[in-house]
Design a protein. Structure first.
Lengths: 166, 318
């Protein structure tokens, strides 16, 4: 039934791929909600010195005028200066690219980073913007109208799941 | 819930007219959204692009500096264009009706009307007549309601005290003329606050206020005992007609908040005031500037709360 790749394994592979490319000043920023879970893991696996940054892009979404404000926006927290810094942006699933665009717009309201790279657990294709991930755990085929998302169970284990639209 | 003019068919906020009638989850959503905006207001760039290209008209038929300014800051931080209209000295004096004024502004492509009016119900009248994409926010109507002040008071209480279901809150002074008190009482009871007290002289407590679920105290010392929060109201001299009070000095003696009266409240009690303060009338300077006072943080939170309300009403489909 579940032909989706194992999220725990993908997470470890991502860390291995990222490790050799790290710079001394690299900081990690996770996107709510799934991206923050993944970023917490990578942050620990890679032994990053700077605290983890978290972004909720609710105030930067391009569908606000159609969809309204997201229900329960979290407070974005970037506890370090991003000016001139090397940043690794982390999300669970890359799809249209609109979330990443919104995240970059928000980040530039905090300063001018030297570089932003993108790491995602799964890329499901379907891009609507010229955005790609430098680190990608797996390419996953998902039918349109079905949502692919990361879940975290009570023990903290990560898994990829499909959600059919209501 | 049917026919609630504040909510659209999906139960989402489309106008903010009064806290009375707002479901608990809508109030909680305003407070949690405001919390995210507090994060924005602490950044170097304090702006987000949500209301880019939208126009916010501040319609003040009654003078106000603080409320108008905080609405203006909130709208600008959401990237909206803000137009301030001090109607008290413009079209009304030329005899234009309220609805004609609004229709004209609507023709100038308004998206949000922030309305302050001396007559209770004026924002409701406007909300009934605006187009579907236009939204009305009540910034104080007569003695009736001042919902964004009530919401920022609730935000302040939640910030310092976390859990409404354990709180004792006292509201002190000129409750009769206070739209702030009315809005706050509705909010506190909706969020499950077990003990809300109003304290003041008989002439300044509205008749039948107990029906809102509050306890009335004439004696301030008794009423303050064990309170977690004390909300002082401004003595509204400009709304006083006739002799409701002997004198400001007399009022201060009985109902002014001093350090020795505050000592009767809980040791970690907070002191709030919607401003502007009359020092030496309803509050002593040593308390207003003292360690229990959260009066200035209230102002800062008010901006985030107004950002939350504006971005909630203006987003999405009607």
């Amino acid at each position: 039934m579940n032909a989706l790749p194992d999220a725990e394994r993908l997470c470890a592979q991502l860390a291995d791929a990222i490790r050799p490319q790290l710079r001394p000043d690299t900081a990690i920023i996770g996107l709510y909600t799934g991206g923050v879970w993944l970023a917490e893991r990578l942050h620990a696996l890679l032994g990053i010195g700077e605290p983890l940054g978290t972004l909720d892009i609710a105030f930067y979404r391009d569908d606000y005028h159609q969809q309204g404000l997201a229900r329960d926006p979290k407070r974005s927290k970037i506890p370090f200066s991003i000016e001139g810094r090397d940043l690794l942006l982390v999300d669970d699933v890359l799809y249209t690219g609109r979330t990443v665009r919104a995240a970059m717009n928000e980040l530039f309201d905090y300063g001018r980073p030297a570089r932003i790279l993108l790491a995602v657990l799964a890329d499901r294709g379907g891009r609507q913007l010229p955005i790609c991930a430098q680190y990608c755990g797996a390419h996953v085929e998902v039918p349109a109208g079905v949502r692919l998302r990361l879940r975290r169970d009570e023990d903290g284990r990560l898994s990829l799941q499909l959600e059919h639209a209501k | 819930m049917q026919n609630n003019p504040q909510l659209n068919k999906n139960g989402e906020l489309q106008h903010l007219l009064s806290i009375d009638g707002l479901p608990r989850e809508v109030i909680e959503r305003v407070l949690s959204t405001a919390d995210s905006f507090v994060g924005v207001t602490e950044r170097e760039v304090k702006k987000v692009p949500l209301l880019r290209g939208k126009s916010v008209f501040n319609l003040f038929f009654e003078p106000s500096t603080r409320t108008r300014t905080t609405f203006e800051i909130a709208a600008k931080r959401l990237s909206a264009d803000v137009i301030n209209l001090n109607i008290a000295v413009s079209s009304q004096s030329k005899g234009e009706s309220l609805l004609d004024t609004v229709a004209n502004l609507s023709a100038m492509q308004a998206d949000i009307f922030v309305v302050r009016h001396a007559s209770s119900g004026a924002p409701y009248l406007i909300a009934r007549h605006v187009k579907p994409h236009e939204h009305v926010i009540n910034a104080g109507d007569g003695r009736h309601a001042h919902p964004t002040q009530g919401l920022l008071d609730l935000y302040t209480l939640r910030h310092y005290k976390k859990d409404f279901t354990r709180l004792t809150v006292a509201i002190v002074g000129d409750v009769l003329h206070s739209r702030v008190a009315r809005s706050l009482i509705h909010g506190l009871t909706t969020l499950g606050t077990p003990e809300v007290r109003v304290i003041g002289p008989q002439t300044l407590i509205p008749e039948g206020v107990e029906a809102l679920g509050v306890h009335v105290y004439r004696n301030m010392r008794e009423g303050l005992r064990g309170c977690d929060a004390v909300v002082m109201l401004r003595l509204q001299n400009e709304r006083m007609r006739g002799a409701l009070l002997p004198s400001a000095q007399e009022f201060f003696k009985h109902y002014g908040l001093t350090a020795d009266k505050l000592a009767l409240a809980a040791p970690d009690a907070i002191v709030m005031h919607p401003g502007p303060m009359n020092r030496g009338v309803e509050i002593d300077s040593s308390v207003a500037d003292g360690p229990h006072s959260v009066i200035l943080p209230q102002v800062t939170f008010g901006i985030a709360v107004r950002m939350a309300v504006m971005s909630m009403v203006a987003g999405g489909s009607a």
